[in-house]
Ligand binder design. Structure first.
Ligand code: 13P
Length: 253
């Protein structure tokens, strides 16, 4: 089922106690609300917060995500955290291929593809990020860039696993900059992404895929983005650290 998803990405922010406070506020807000079955709230938290946040929230309303996982299963990889470890903390989702990982931590398309397979093997739902840099948009290669990211990630993924995947389009130039893509720019890319998915898996699967927009989403601009036909929610960075703002975003869908 195509779901509306509002996902937080706290990145490397908050100590566990502060994270639990944010999670508590969102949990409290949702406590007396009926969430439709096709609406999901996901909190993407640092590894050190996973167990505490899982214990804090009502799992029927809020799922928890890690922000990365190792491309390896287990073994001598000092400092790495495996998909199985994440799953054992009670998290259900994992963000894979975020542009900050691609930019600062050497997450190449090949590494990202390996991370996706670890996520599938361990029954996690990946939130796969794609998106172009400002330069690539200026050079008018943004569609090609996003297509290549999608094809290299999913070409070896079967339909069953792909159906567990959420896509997040995050133009790098909109992340943390306060410059949001316009609804038209985002919608144009989201349709394009859906068409790429249709070419790989067929229209039925593409229609059911949730495609989130990420990049300076806030309480003021969320509604106009989410109103677009092919924008099924948001992956929210900065604004997800402010519970009141994040709640406004939840209310916008
Ligand atoms: P901002 O919402 O802070 O722009 O971050 C977006 C993001 O990178 C979410 O993954």
């Amino acid at each position: 089922m195509r779901k509306n998803v509002i996902a937080a990405n706290w990145k490397m922010n908050t100590l566990p106690k502060e994270g639990v406070e944010i999670a508590n506020k969102i949990n409290h807000y949702l406590a007396d609300k009926e969430l439709p079955v096709n609406k999901k709230i996901v909190l993407g938290v640092p590894y050190t917060h996973l167990i505490k946040v899982v214990d804090t929230v009502d799992y029927t309303k809020i799922a928890v995500a890690a922000q990365n996982c190792s491309q390896f299963e287990s073994g001598a990889y000092t400092g790495e955290v495996s998909a199985a470890m994440i799953k054992s903390c009670g998290a259900q989702y994992v963000i894979i291929g975020h542009s900050e990982r691609r930019q600062y931590f050497g997450d190449t398309d090949e590494v990202i593809s390996q991370k996706l397979s670890q996520a599938y093997k361990n029954a996690l739902f990946p939130i796969f990020c794609c998106g172009e840099t400002l330069r690539q948009r200026e050079e008018n290669v943004h569609f090609k860039v996003v297509e290549n990211q999608l094809v290299s990630a999913f070409i070896r993924v079967d339909r069953f696993n792909f159906e567990r995947t959420i896509i997040a389009y995050e133009p790098v130039w909109a992340i943390g900059t306060g410059v949001t893509a316009t609804p038209e720019q985002a919608q144009e890319m989201h349709i394009f992404i859906r068409n790429v998915i249709a070419k790989i898996y067929g229209h039925d699967v593409a229609d059911q895929t949730s495609i989130l927009y990420g990049g300076s989403v806030n309480g003021a601009n969320a509604k106009s983005l989410f109103e677009c036909d092919d924008i099924d929610g948001g992956l929210v960075g900065g604004a997800s650290l402010k519970p009141d703002e994040f709640i406004k975003i939840i209310e916008s869908i």
